[in-house]
Design a protein around this ligand. Structure first.
Ligand code: ZN
Length: 152
């Protein structure tokens, strides 16, 4: 029953992605690929007063990669950069099987990806957007506007 609910949430985010698009004049924009699955996520963010004031993504690939990007964007928008980095660490631990979703309710919808941690080949799909976010935060903290970083 719970698994069904989780699958529905993943499909909902996949079919109706939140924060879809590309920001005008982003503080940072990063494109990440997962060649193992063919997933792509292009993430753009704005940071204002140490807060992630805006975030948007575009991408293609499997439902897990795109739903993860959508859930992450919705969750992190408006939060402080340090909060976002903390959430990223928790998500990483969850994907490594070290942390259960029930132990971190602050992950919200993102927690429904917990089951992915048991499928090693799909962990990279779920992590892709979060890796893009971390790179974006690194770029924006260097305070270089409009820098486009590309990886892999
Ligand atoms: Zn994938």
């Amino acid at each position: 029953m719970l698994d069904e609910l989780y699958q529905e949430l993943i499909l909902d985010h996949y079919k109706n992605p939140r924060c879809l698009g590309c920001l005008d004049c982003p503080g940072a924009c990063v494109m990440m690929n997962n060649p193992l699955c063919g997933d792509k996520v292009r993430l753009s963010i704005k940071v204002h007063d140490s807060k992630l004031s805006d975030i948007a993504f575009e991408g293609q690939g499997c439902s897990i990669s795109q739903a993860s990007a959508s859930m992450m964007s919705e969750l992190c928008k408006g939060k402080s950069v340090s909060e976002v980095r903390g959430l990223r660490e928790k998500f990483k631990s969850m994907m490594q099987g070290k942390l259960s979703a029930s132990a971190c309710p602050e992950l919200g919808d993102v927690g429904c990806l917990e089951g992915v941690s048991k499928i090693q080949a799909r962990v990279r799909c779920a992590m892709l957007a979060w890796e893009a976010l971390e790179r974006c935060l690194d770029v924006s903290e260097q305070s270089i506007p409009h820098q486009v970083a590309s990886a892999r």
